[in-house]
Design a protein around this ligand. Structure first.
Ligand code: GCU
Length: 636
């Protein structure tokens, strides 16, 4: 059985037991009608032909737009939508509120999304890749879109589209940013598969985007070069794109990972990333499509002995100088931190330093570095900090999905909350992430006993901080097993070409990224930020080792030394997991037994892994520093 995630039929009870009028035409209005008809069939309500006796009225009041007004008029709850997408968004707002939507005292409210494009990126391959599996960094089984090299049944895709629409997502990229040979063909002879997915997502107001390989003209055997300055290459992209839009007239556009981790790009031809992105933008422009061009460009073959190269600098070094050089339909997609989706990173300075470029911030819902959906790790508190920091700088959000064909969608059933919340935060980054968790609980477990709610809050509210406590300390990052990135391996990346180092020695640890004595990375920030990070006196504790190399005896703002902080947080973090695990046993009988069992099994693994992290990190730093734990706890 597939778990209904945050749309069990019970969530529609308040609507489905009423007299409902839907005004408006077109595919999205039809979707709304269909949702309401189903709810009424189940809960005894009826669809009425006019306003006279209606208790809920959904109508389209404007020509287009995703926003809507919610209020009460003459005894009915009314949604007045700016356009067809607003009608669907209004419906889901009423679903979320349940009975509260019908409170006679309901005040008028206007809802509009803060970010225009709220996109989920899927790192799905058609084929099963020998190293990465079918979904790169996927922890929820296989792809929702392809199986055994062929498209899957679209029923599950439709359910997925419905879930995403209810969370506020309005765009998906369907395939991996590392575009292998088979997937390169989605652009040409496998277009019907893209079209089928686009039709399924379309009825839920979601536009499909396609990841394309920059060297597609060469890979597909049509040309001998992919040079963006070559007329034949430009013509190839134009004619190919014209055919794409014949098949999918509302395709959102292309997503490109170029000159990154072995992917081809404009550097091969001595061209800039603006040259590359603009070529694709020009091809997409007549159809209203956009290019999401990723800023994740760095040297993954650096010499670990070379202390002057700093991977954190890469996005800003490569792109800030191109500010203003991109066409209007290029969106530069920048990872939220300067490294790679670590548990704690500062904001990428590229997001703060490109005022003349359209920017989207990229988040990772899939838990590559945050427990891989075996650990409870509710990430919205982190995302909320990120989104508040980049407000006014970005107009879009792209997040790597954590969903797959697992019966619980996300491997760990509680990781559904991350998927739900990313859309809700993109709609309104000012929301309290814990209030969003409540919303998810209400929808997913309708009528949840207060007891279940308390258990879930105890497990999830601070789970990101707990995970941070028992993994790499004070913002230094990585320390994970190379390759699959699960579990501890302090020196796993230390002498590799990947640029992810901690520089621990017998005296201290951390990366000196200051202007005064380090890589100068801090200078990439606007002055107030740069000053804050440059100085030990003002650098926040949680980012200390990201910006500074300090002795183990350095005293944090919290009053303890770095080494004692490492010990304290690692003991505390693993201990908190024990408390979470015990607490979950109190939810037995409050949720579906299969869900309870799945979470129990994951918590057992989280405990094993947290203990392993604690012991490896503590032992490593004890052996390096020779400083004993002030409290005499066991270190090996
Ligand atoms: C990380 C991840 C890769 C992914 C890359 C990206 O490095 O480990 O699997 O391809 O990010 O974002 O492109």
């Amino acid at each position: 059985m597939i778990h209904p995630a945050w749309l069990p039929s019970e969530a529609f009870r308040a609507i489905g037991s009423r007299r409902v009028l839907v005004q408006g035409s077109g595919p999205l209005a039809d979707t709304v009608r269909h949702e309401i008809a189903q709810a009424c069939a189940r809960f005894g309500g009826i669809v009425v032909p006019d306003r006279k006796t209606a208790e809920l009225i959904l109508s389209i009041a404007g020509p287009g737009g995703e926003g809507f007004r919610l209020g009460r008029r003459g005894g009915a709850t009314v949604i007045r939508a700016d356009g067809p997408p607003g009608l669907l968004n209004g419906l889901f707002e009423v679903v979320r509120r349940g009975e509260r939507a019908f409170d006679p005292a309901l005040a008028d409210e206007r809802h509009v999304p803060a970010l225009a494009r709220r996109m989920l990126d899927h790192w799905d391959n058609i084929d099963v890749h020998p190293v990465m599996g079918q979904v790169e960094r996927g922890y929820s089984g296989g792809s929702l879109f392809w199986q055994d090299g062929r498209p899957r049944d679209l029923g599950r895709v439709r359910d997925y589209a419905r879930l995403l629409a209810a969370s506020g997502v309005n765009a998906v990229a369907i395939n991996n940013v590392n575009v292998h040979t088979t997937e390169t063909r989605l652009l040409t002879d496998r277009l019907t598969e893209v079209a089928a997915l686009a039709s399924t997502f379309r009825v839920y107001g979601i536009r499909v985007h396609l990841s394309v390989n920059f060297a597609a003209p060469v890979i597909l055997g049509d040309l001998s070069t992919a040079d963006p300055a070559d007329e034949a290459v430009r013509a190839w992209w134009k004619s190919t794109t014209a055919r794409v839009y014949e098949a999918v007239p509302d395709l959102g556009g292309y997503l490109v990972k170029a000159d990154s981790e072995g992917q081809p790009g404009p550097f091969t031809y001595g061209r800039s990333h603006a040259d590359g992105a603009n070529m694709l933008a020009e091809a997409l422009e007549p159809y209203g499509g956009v290019v999401h061009w990723r800023a994740f460009v760095y040297n993954h073959r650096q010499d670990w002995r070379d202390r002057s190269t700093d991977r954190a600098r890469a996005a800003h070094d490569h792109f800030a100088g191109l500010d203003g050089a991109f066409r209007d339909n290029v969106i530069l997609q920048v990872k939220h931190g300067p490294m790679d989706f670590q548990t704690r990173e500062p904001i990428s300075p590229a997001l703060l330093g490109m005022p003349s470029t359209r920017l989207a911030v990229e988040l990772q819902v899939t838990g590559e570095y945050t427990g891989q959906q075996r650990h409870v790790c509710y990430l919205p508190p982190m995302w909320s900090e990120v989104l508040r920091a980049v407000a006014g700088h970005v107009s879009g959000l792209a997040a790597v999905s954590n969903a797959g064909d697992d019966p619980f969608w996300t491997g760990h059933p509680l990781a559904q909350a991350n998927l739900y919340a990313v859309g809700r935060l993109a709609w309104n980054p000012a929301r309290d992430p814990i209030a969003i968790l409540d919303e998810w609980i209400d929808l997913t477990f309708p009528g949840a006993a207060a007891e279940l709610r308390d258990v879930l809050h105890d497990l999830m509210d601070e789970s990101w901080q707990t995970y941070e406590q028992y993994t790499a300390p004070l913002g230094v990052g990585f320390m994970v097993r190379p390759g699959h990135h699960y579990g501890p391996d302090v020196d796993g990346y230390e002498y590799t070409p990947w640029g992810t180092y901690h520089f621990a020695d017998r005296d201290g640890v951390g990366v000196d990224r200051t202007v005064a004595t380090g890589t100068g990375f801090t200078a990439q920030y606007p002055p107030a930020w740069a000053d804050r990070y440059e100085s030990l006196a003002t650098c926040p504790d949680e980012l200390l080792l990201f910006f500074h190399h300090v002795p183990y005896g350095h005293v944090l703002h919290s009053g303890v030394t770095v080494i004692q902080h490492v010990y304290d947080t690692h003991f505390a973090g693993a201990h908190r997991v024990t408390a979470m695990r015990d607490r979950w046993q109190e939810a037995a009988g409050l949720v579906d037994p299969a869900l309870h069992a799945r979470v129990t099994e994951r918590l057992d693994e989280q405990q094993r892994s947290a203990d392993e992290w604690r012991d490896q990190i503590n032992t490593y730093f004890y052996r390096k520093s020779g400083v004993p734990d002030a409290h005499g706890r066991p270190i090996h």
